[in-house]
Ligand binder design. Structure first.
Ligand SMILES: [Zn+2]
Length: 139
């Protein structure tokens, strides 16, 4: 317990020093809500940082072997969740682009009737299905 208190105190001191010396509020970057990954990237970076800190504290003897292993496992579990979420969003975006892409070529296709969407092997003046002119009529 004594070591945990020391570790927490050190961490707090480091956070305060870094905040006072390094990051003044006006220096903080503008938040970017555009990317759906932004908050996940932030969390990923945070987890990596925590892992680095953990490794450092373990190496300098601040943590017991058990504490180190347990915390490391927790962080890695959290990291896996974040990475899975990123993959899920990426897959979702990919599917969305796919859906957007596919209807576009139909419009310009001279082999497909613009009225009934019947498809032919060669360019026709009039559709063999509905008899209307195959070229898109401008209104
Ligand atoms: Zn037709």
């Amino acid at each position: 317990m004594f070591f945990v208190i020391i570790a927490v105190t050190c961490l707090l001191a480091i956070v305060v020093i870094v905040f006072v010396l390094g990051v003044r509020p006006k220096d903080l970057p503008e938040p970017e809500p555009v990317s759906p990954f932004a908050h996940l990237d932030e969390r990923k970076a945070q987890i990596y940082e925590n892992l680095r800190d953990l490794q450092f504290e373990y190496r300098v003897g601040k943590l017991s072997d058990e504490d180190y292993q347990t915390t490391k496992k927790d962080l890695q579990k959290e990291l896996a969740v974040v990475l899975a979420e990123v993959d899920r969003i990426k897959a979702g975006l990919g599917a969305a682009t796919e859906v957007k892409k596919s209807p576009a070529p139909k419009k310009a296709d001279p082999l497909t009737c613009p009225h009934c969407h019947a498809h032919f092997d060669k360019i026709l003046k009039f559709c063999g299905e509905c008899g209307k002119p195959m070229k898109a009529v401008k209104a």
